[in-house]
Design a protein around this ligand. Structure first.
Ligand code: NAP
Length: 303
């Protein structure tokens, strides 16, 4: 049986669905049982284990009868401790494989603190002797949902990206890679860098969103200081703001544009394009209901 941590997250929820589709027996480790039931419904192949990575006894309980594990949690300053608890319990429970979700650029000397934390966890995993695979995905296409409000209300996509291009990836493809590695052999003790199929600038992202939604959208390049203020105003903790600024500095410099064919090599299916991603989620980038009417009226009034 496979235990999925981070099961209510962007990658985890998709992974659970894919594993169930493949006929696997899955247990999800979740803080909120109701959230899991709402997401996954009832399925004879699915078990829900309520717990918290901060409480080792709950992890021990969830690991009973588990042979393979997907390790993921939210970006958190306690990540090394929380994921470390899971690795320690998994060692005692004789888990045979851990697939760990890290991030592209994970290294001990990364300027991005989250990438340094991922590396510390990877090192603990390597030392544990448990067979493992590290996943290093690029920036998720799903992060564009964070820009939805501005896209819908102001018809702008604002970031400090200059002309930098990134090979962003659909989180559904990250889940597909994880599913494959958890259910086949051949990726033991390896690191898999996962990107989308093309490298795009934010101007090109705006063009594609506009093309699919049929609404004008303009990329506006903003200085890092303005981006910092926006993130802070949105309630983002200071360490996350600093990580975002470092990441966008790397992206804007064009250092994160390489395309890897990992999704196709591992799953046998080409990685989803950004255009496909927008088509699948077009509603997230268009006004709905009352807001749509209001914006239409405002537009008519101005023209
Ligand atoms: N976003 C990106 O562009 C990107 C790119 C590359 C790598 N990554 C990496 O991907 C990881 C996040 O994956 P994601 O986006 O799929 O997840 P996510 O949407 O951020 O969700 C995080 C998951 O972790 C669970 N969780 C958090 N704290 C927990 C705890 N103490 N005990 C048990 N469960 C806990 C959450 O449960 P609740 O539902 O209870 O909150 C949720 O299921 C991060 O490590 C990040 O560095 C992200």
């Amino acid at each position: 049986m496979i235990l999925v941590t981070g099961a209510t997250g962007t990658v985890g929820r998709e992974l659970v669905r894919l594993l169930l589709e493949s006929g696997e027996r899955v247990r999800v480790f979740v803080r909120d049982t109701k959230k899991a039931v709402a997401l996954f419904g009832s399925n004879p192949s699915l078990e829900i284990s309520q717990g918290d990575m901060a409480i080792p006894e709950t992890i021990d309980h969830a690991l009973k009868g588990i042979d393979r594990l997907f390790l993921s949690s939210v970006a958190d300053t306690r990540q090394v401790e929380l994921q470390g608890n899971v690795i320690s319990s998994a060692g005692a429970a004789r888990v045979t494989l851990i697939v760990k979700l890290s991030a592209m650029g994970t290294s001990e000397d990364s300027p991005v603190s989250l990438c340094r934390m991922h590396r510390l966890t990877e090192m603990q995993l390597e030392k544990s002797g448990i067979v493992h695979t590290h996943l290093h995905p690029h920036y998720f296409m799903q992060n564009l949902f964070d820009f939805s409000r501005e896209i819908i209300r102001h018809k702008t996509l604002q970031a400090p990206m200059r002309n930098g291009r990134i090979s962003l990836v659909d989180a559904r493809d990250v889940a597909a890679v994880a599913r494959h590695i958890l259910t086949t052999n051949g990726y033991e003790n390896r690191t898999c860098v996962i990107t989308g199929p093309e490298s795009l600038s934010f101007s090109q992202l705006a063009e594609r969103i506009s093309m699919v939604t049929g609404r004008p959208l303009r990329y506006v390049d903003i200085p890092p200081s303005v981006f910092q203020k926006k993130l802070t105003a949105a309630g983002t903790p200071e360490w996350r703001v600093n990580d975002a600024l470092k990441s966008f500095e790397i992206f804007a410099g064009g250092y994160s544009s390489a395309v890897f064919n990992t999704v196709e090599e591992i799953t046998g299916r080409r990685a989803r394009s950004f255009e496909q991603f927008v088509k699948d989620h077009a509603d997230r980038f268009r006004p709905k209901g009352f807001l749509a009417t209001l914006l239409d009226l405002f537009q008519k009034h101005r023209s």
